[in-house]
Design a binder for this molecule. Structure first.
Ligand SMILES: *Cc1c(COP(=O)(O)O)cnc(C)c1O
Length: 399
């Protein structure tokens, strides 16, 4: 049975999810599904994972009352869930540690993944270094040239970075390349996906590993405010940091839920945004049924966002379901609004947010003044913005 919180036996959240795979990937995916089904209820596996979250990642991350920002905006109190304070500076480490622990439990020697901007690759290389597995990251040749610091980080962490020269030499080609290598060698390797996307069980597994964010936030807001928040807000690329926060609040009907997608430069033309929920249609991408930005032939549109971690033409299937049933609202923030929110948070709170997270901040800045001082908003600050400062300086024409 499908519910707000769990997929059905076949991995569907309502109409979305499932496994849409070429035959050569069926066996490798079935193996991961069977291994995860056992691991997720094994107290020893969970204890090892939780110990790493505490001592390696630095959890729980604080829930911080942004007093200055709240005062400047007027209206609701804004709290920031500080995933930017995690080791490696973002939420992605929460799921890469889980995935590498699972690979190790399965007796694999190596984890393999695609990466676009390199953030998933760095988080996975980190977890693999810690846990003693090899790591192979496939990256489009164009992305390698654009993301030099992350390529250096991955190599320092001991990963092999494979330059993908096929097709458009970007993320989509890297996905195809990584899946191809995995299918040929799944005896020794496990694929470790970067968000709540892909064939079942990945959307559920990655969501489970990220759900620590929402469980902590729920407990922390009860301690600080004695009540649940009026609203929770998170940026949505593939949707992992958002699902991580949302999962613990889905059954609290009074908590309003907002996922914020990038409307980029404009919503008027393909290639100018990555507003999948706003303008997408049902389709299949990367092994799952979901909502996709696509043309009539089912080819994914080119996408754009100022935040490289958010330019994905699909979205996790649980989000698509939450939209279908009206449990979550999907809204947008533009490049310009996010750049503005980035600067406001720097100035008011002394926190440099990731440009991805700045999309959530931008929407919270619109929402807070429409509420009262009795209302509480929790924003998932999914990552820190040190990685973005050169780009932001260029955008702002700073010397
Ligand atoms: C990758 C990334 C995102 C977008 O990915 P989701 O799976 O949607 O969370 C958001 N924020 C940061 C800091 C990221 O690195």
């Amino acid at each position: 049975m499908t519910s707000l919180t769990q997929a059905d036996e076949a991995g569907f959240f309502g109409a979305h999810g499932g496994r849409f795979l070429p035959p050569h990937l069926e066996a490798p995916i079935a193996e991961v599904a069977a291994a995860y089904a056992e691991a997720k209820d094994d107290p020893a596996f969970l204890a090892e994972y939780e110990a790493l979250l505490a001592d390696y990642v630095g959890r729980p991350s604080p829930l911080f009352l942004a007093k200055n920002l709240s005062a400047e905006l007027g209206g609701a109190k804004i709290y920031l869930k500080r995933e930017d304070l995690n080791h490696t500076g973002a939420h992605k480490i929460n799921h890469t540690l889980g995935e590498v622990l699972l690979a190790k439990r399965m007796g694999k020697k190596k984890v393999i993944a695609e990466t676009g901007a390199g953030q998933h690759g760095v988080a996975l290389a980190t977890a693999a270094a810690l846990l003693g597995l090899e790591c192979e990251i496939h990256m489009g040749a164009i992305d390698i040239a654009k993301q030099h610091p992350n390529v250096v980080r991955m190599r320092l962490l001991g990963a092999t970075v494979v330059s993908v020269e096929d097709g458009g030499r970007c993320l989509k080609d890297a996905v195809d390349s990584a899946f191809g290598v995995w299918a040929a060698d799944f005896g020794e390797t496990m694929f470790a996906i970067g968000s709540v996307v892909g064939p079942d069980p990945f959307p559920t597994m990655v969501r489970d590993f990220q759900s620590v964010v929402g469980r902590e936030a729920r407990r922390q807001v009860m301690e600080k405010e004695g009540k649940l928040p009026t609203a929770i807000v998170a940026a949505v690329g593939g949707g992992s940091n958002a699902m991580g926060l949302f999962q613990a609040f889905l059954e609290d009907a009074d908590v309003a839920i907002y996922g914020v997608e990038p409307s980029g430069r404009s919503l008027d033309a393909p290639g100018e945004h990555a507003a999948t929920m706003t303008l997408g249609t049902p389709g299949v991408i990367h092994g799952m049924q979901t909502i996709v930005l696509q043309d009539e032939a089912g080819e994914p549109w080119p996408v754009h966002s100022i935040a490289s971690g958010m330019d994905y033409p699909g979205v996790g299937p649980q989000h698509a379901h939450l939209k279908d049933v009206g449990r979550a609202n999907y809204v947008t923030a533009s490049d310009a609004e996010s750049l503005e929110a980035f600067q406001v948070l720097c100035r008011t709170e002394g926190i440099i947010p990731a440009i991805e997270s700045s999309h959530a901040v931008a929407y919270a800045m619109k929402l807070a003044p429409t509420l009262t001082s009795d209302d509480v908003i929790i924003v998932n600050l999914s990552g820190r913005g040190d990685k973005d400062i050169d780009f932001v300086a260029e955008q702002l024409g700073m010397e």
